[in-house]
Design a protein around this ligand. Structure first.
Ligand code: FAD
Length: 459
């Protein structure tokens, strides 16, 4: 290990916050994506915003690649560092600076954990809707950098819809502020909009201003059971076509139902071919009306039975089971590949049908669940990367999943980002023109290319 380099960062963050042992380097060499790890030279843990800014500046001066890491839960290789680079951990920058009830916004440091923030906000009688399945550990900075979505995306939108502004460190370590605490603000360019989804490639977030909303007054959750995949996906399209926007409209196929039930014991019907988990919320009268309409649509299209949660405990149990879907599936085989190709909602039946055919064609186990209401399914391939022949079939299946999604007017990623996992597919969706434009932007803001190199555009 380069002692000189360690010393340089020790001067900024303190000796105890430079993590350069073999164990440390391995610990920060990977994330939740199924991609080969890469060893950084060291990781640093700034405890103050000023130290974070100095870390960025020093990396730029030394031409060292810098990867900022929240909790490392991203699924696209966004925090796999460049070999020999620096990883900046944001865990110590975890203060909720302000929750303003009168003006309904909050200011947080980048490393605040999503669920902790949402709980704090709820205690003040307000609501922060973005709820990625990883919310118990993911950070707000990571959510902004990935533009994370969640179960409530259908009605409430995703992280980008809540970012009112932020401050960031540019590569020279200068603090840049964008956006404001006001509901409306058109002072200057919408630079915070540019930062959302930038995956650590354009600047390093410090504080983030987030919009809060009033919580819904009432909600009703139900589970619709189907003996046919097609009928379940047609029901999704029918609910949307009826101009009802549930807070949540989630799908699980039979394989996922059985696997989750085995893991979470939530009382899911293991004889079902597919499930829809639906929640409507809002004013009590509207909730009653929409819940009956949804129930009627489910019956009309072909639900074999519908179970409406009678109390909060029952409701929570079902949602906890849904949130456990990935963890449950991940127990089945050594390698779990979770995709998030997304299609226009009306194309959900076509996508579900195509996924069944792809699983059969490539002789693979694919469990599918996800945010069907916003067209964002998670086909999850359960495999073993050490089996080279099977892995080739997995790669071919992934290619085909993306091709089908794009042919249906969809997109490569609804919420997990591009990172390095999907950068090679980008041109298929956006064209080279868009990639070159983004590269020009990156070059202007980060001339030495030190900020999370290789992510999104491949540079
Ligand atoms: C079990 C599980 C369930 C999940 N469910 C969902 C889901 O429902 N919806 C969803 O959208 N995603 C989901 N994800 C993916 C993941 O949790 C999200 O992408 C999340 O936003 C990542 O947050 P993080 O703090 O772990 O960020 P990290 O993984 O640490 O980082 C993600 C990206 O953000 C960048 N970054 C982090 N902090 C900063 C900063 N201060 N400045 C600039 N860039 C920064 C990193 O460099 C990286 O590119 C899930 C993942 C798992 C493992």
């Amino acid at each position: 290990m380069d002692n000189h380099l360690s010393q340089k960062f020790e001067e900024i963050v303190g000796k105890e916050n430079v993590l350069a042992s073999e164990v440390d380097r391995h610990s920060y060499s990977y994330d939740a994506a199924v991609l080969p790890p890469k060893l950084p030279a060291l990781a640093v843990r700034p405890e103050t915003p000023e130290a974070l800014g100095r870390v960025v500046k020093t990396c730029n001066e030394l031409g060292l690649p810098l990867t900022v890491r929240g909790s490392g839960t991203n699924l696209s290789g966004g925090t796999i560092p460049s070999p020999g680079g620096v990883v900046a951990l944001t865990g110590a920058l975890n203060k909720i600076i302000e929750i303003n009830e009168a003006d309904m916004y909050a200011v947080v440091q980048t490393g605040v954990v999503t669920a902790k923030f949402a709980t704090e906000v709820a205690r003040r009688g307000l609501f922060y809707p973005p709820d990625p399945g990883s919310q118990a550990v993911s950070t707000i900075g990571g959510n902004v950098a990935e533009n994370a979505g969640g179960l409530r995306g259908l009605k409430y939108g995703v992280t980008k819809d809540y970012v009112m502004g932020l401050s960031l460190y540019d590569v020279d370590g200068e603090l840049v502020k964008t956006g404001s605490r006001t509901v409306k603000c058109v002072t200057g360019m919408n630079l915070h909009g540019l930062m959302v989804g930038s995956e650590g490639t354009l600047g390093v977030f410090n504080e983030i201003i987030l919009k809060l909303v009033p919580p819904p007054k009432a909600s009703k959750a139900m589970m619709a059971v189907f003996d046919d995949l097609g009928k379940a996906s047609e029901t999704v399209a029918a609910i949307i076509a009826a101009k009802i926007v549930p807070a949540t409209l989630e799908y699980m196929d039979d394989f996922t139902i059985k696997t989750v039930e085995d893991f979470a014991h939530a009382g899911l019907p293991t004889d079902a071919k597919a499930l829809l988990l639906i929640e409507v919320d809002g004013h009590p009268a509207q909730v009653e009306e929409e819940a009956s309409e949804v129930e009627a649509i489910c019956k009309r299209v072909g639900a074999t039975r519908i179970h409406v949660a009678t109390d909060a405990a029952e409701r929570n149990k079902v949602w906890e089971a849904r949130r456990a879907a990935l963890s449950a599936l991940a127990r089945v085989r050594p390698t779990t590949v979770l995709e998030d190709a997304t299609v226009p909602r009306s194309q959900i039946p076509a996508m579900v049908g195509a996924l069944e055919k792809i699983a059969a064609k490539f002789k693979l186990t694919i469990g599918t669940f996800g945010h069907a209401g916003d067209g964002n399914l998670h086909p999850t391939i359960l495999t073993d990367k050490r089996d080279h022949e099977e892995w080739k079939r997995v790669e071919a299946a992934i290619d085909e999943i993306f091709d089908v999604a794009l042919s249906l007017g969809g997109t490569l990623s609804g919420e997990h980002g591009i990172g390095t996992a999907k950068s090679k597919y980008m041109a298929k969706e956006v064209g080279m023109g868009s990639i070159l434009y983004a590269r020009k932007l990156k070059k202007a803001l980060d001339p030495k290319g030190i900020l999370n190199p290789g992510k999104i555009t491949g540079e």
